[in-house]
Structures are given as C-alpha cells and as structure tokens.
Write a protein that binds this ligand. Structure first.
Ligand SMILES: C[S@@+](CC[C@H](N)C(=O)[O-])C[C@H]1O[C@@H](n2cnc3c(N)ncnc32)[C@H](O)[C@@H]1O
Length: 337
C-alpha cells in the first residue's frame, strides 16, 4: 500500500512528506488484528485508538500513492470488464490496470438495476475518491457522495475530483452524517475490515437508507470476522439478499498485479525512484503484502522473503505482532426493509 520509507534511529520514516514510524505500522496491524478477531472491540478508548492507528496509515497512503495507483485489491471479472468498456473503452489501457475499477463496478452492477443515474449514492470509506469518480462515469450518477475517516484522502478527492453531483466529506462509518432514509444506495468497498464496531456500522447503513434502498458491500474476512458478520445480519435492519464469494476473482487480479513488469510493479518502482536501494527493497516487499500478495498465495522471491523478514523484525521492536489471516473475499447485497 505505502511504498517509499526511510530508516532513522530504529524507526521507519517517510521521506519528504510526513513521517510514519515503525510504531505506527505496528499499531495499524495490531488494530487490524483486534478488529478481525471476531469480538467487538471492548471500550470506547480502544475503539478510538484503533481508528487513530487506521487513520495514520491511510493518511500516509493518501499523501503518497500516485493517481491511478491501486486503491483496493481489485477484481478480475470478464462480464464487468465488458460492461465498463461500453462506456469507458480504454479504462485499463493508460494509467491504470483496471482491477480496482472492476471491483467498484462489480459492487454496483450486482445491485441489478438498469439505471442508477437518478439514485443518491453514498460510498463509505471512499479513500481518495477515484473509485466513486470512476463509477460515476460508468453509471452516470448525478448525486453521489464519498465519505472517509481520513482528512487527507477527502481533501485530495475534493481538490481533484469533486464537481456538481459528486463531492467528498470527512466522517466516520459508524456515525454517518446523513439523515434517516436520505440515500438510495450505500456502497462499501474493502473498508469495513477496519471498523471496530461492525454492528454500529450496519445499523447506520440501515438508518440512512430509504426503505427499499440497497447496500452493496465487498470486503475481505478472517474466519472469525465472517462469523461475527453473519451473527450481526438479523439485527442489522437490512434484508440480506445475496452473498457471493469473489475470492478467486480477487486473487486473479492480485496475481496479475504481482507479475514482473505489471502496472503495479512499475508504478511502485516509479514512486520509489528516489528511495535508497535497501529501503526500496524493504518497503517494496511490504507493499506487495499490502496489495494482497499473501492472500493470493504469491510466491515471493528469496530476496523478497529476506527483506520482508527484516522488516517484520524491525516492527517487532515495537511489540508483539500477531498474524491476521484473511481467508475469503465476499460480496454482500442487502436491502433496507
Ligand atoms: C483499502 S481503502 C479502500 C478505499 C476505497 N473504498 C477503494 O476501494 O478505493 C479503506 C478506506 O477505508 C477508510 N476507513 C477506515 N476506517 C473508516 C471509518 N471508520 N470510517 C470511514 N472510512 C474509514 C480508510 O481511511 C481508507 O480510505
């Protein structure tokens, strides 16, 4: 996710724009571990600490990822690709590999409506807005809003992409700044695995949707988080219409991105051009993991493995680091009752 580190006094720091200490990375992964362990994060203080850690990493990412670079792990789906090419024929030919766009359009296509142009759409956890911006071109949204916890991401989205009918606001998925029944569609793309209170998020989605409105959700799950998700469905205020396992489609996109010379590899190399060699190798290997390499069973080279273990050893200086094992990538479609 976040290339371009430099090392200083036992920490890993970001060059040029802002700093990211090893401790920040450690806190991020510890939060991801807690949140995905299948239990509600206990206290408000612990929830807040998780959100601060998540925000720090995504703040860093939204300052440093180039336009068109990956926003999510992506999806490779021939039908969605064909659907997109009807309206944006060269979407994957110039400044993107197209997989992140496909994940967005998969989620919107799955709602099954021919025309979404008159719907009021909310993208919760929109990052720096490129997914919603792209989807609004494909589906012709006239009234769409993206929301993210991360102020930098929202500033970047508004500076580059906002226009009449498309804007971005800073906010928390667990406390949506919208009135009851204000929205027709809520999408949530690869974001909810970072929410400490999943129950509250689902109830917020149900609250802001109008009766008959749709919730289209894609995300990765650990086994424990999946069990928690299933247990929360009946009390969410939503009618759950479909669950689709898209693990294979996501893995296919990740594997394409991991290939030598891929768009992602070239983009990462460009981004890290000014980083000293050793740090480039260290952070490059971390970046591959953050783009889903482990999930897709990527065969790291011996050199990549070595760099990764050095990096993990550095992180461990900040405390113990528990592994998080994501086992599936799912799409869920629900409707407000
Ligand atoms: C992996 S990124 C995905 C971004 C975007 N959906 C995409 O697919 O391109 C996850 C995003 O969720 C956001 N996020 C995390 N926790 C959040 C919360 N509690 N409320 C709103 N956004 C949150 C992060 O800041 C980050 O931008």
């Amino acid at each position: 996710m976040f290339g371009d580190f430099s090392m200083g006094r036992g920490a890993v720091e970001m060059k040029k724009s802002g700093a990211l200490a090893a401790d920040d990375i450690h806190k991020f992964w510890h939060s991801i571990f807690l949140i995905n362990s299948g239990h509600a994060v206990a206290s408000d203080e612990a929830k807040q600490a998780c959100k601060e850690a998540i925000k720090a990493l995504y703040d860093f990412g939204s300052r440093n990822l180039h336009d068109g670079m990956v926003w999510n792990w992506g999806c490779s789906d021939a039908a969605v690709d064909a659907r997109i090419k009807k309206s944006v024929p060269l979407y994957d030919a110039v400044s993107s590999d197209g997989f992140s766009e496909q994940l967005y359009c998969f989620a919107l296509n799955a709602i099954g409506l021919d025309d979404l142009s008159d719907k009021r759409v909310l993208d919760v956890g929109c990052g720096f807005g490129e997914g919603l911006n792209f989807a609004s071109r494909v589906f012709g949204f006239q009234n769409a809003v993206g929301l993210d916890l991360c102020r930098n991401a929202i500033d970047r989205a508004n500076a580059r992409l906002s226009r009449p009918g498309l804007l971005f606001v800073c906010g928390d998925a667990e406390e949506l700044p919208f009135d009851d029944g204000e929205l027709d569609i809520v999408v949530n793309i690869e974001s909810s695995h970072t929410y400490p209170d999943l129950s509250r998020f689902l109830k917020e989605v149900a609250r802001v949707l109008r009766p008959g409105g749709y919730f289209s959700h894609v995300d990765l799950f650990t086994d424990d988080r999946y069990r928690q998700f299933v247990a929360l469905k009946p009390e969410s205020g939503l009618e759950w219409l479909a669950e689709t396992d898209i693990t294979d489609r996501v893995k296919e996109a990740i594997r394409a991105r991991m290939r030598p010379g891929s768009f992602l590899r070239r983009a990462l190399a460009k981004q890290q051009r000014d980083t000293p060699m050793l740090l480039r190798m260290l952070s490059g290997s971390l970046a591959l993991a953050n783009f889903g390499a482990d999930f897709a069973g990527h065969q790291y080279t011996r050199w990549e493995r070595l760099m990764q273990s050095m990096f993990v050893r550095m992180l461990k200086r900040s405390g113990s680091l528990q592994p998080v094992r994501f086992t599936r990538y799912l799409h869920h479609l629900a409707r407000k009752v």
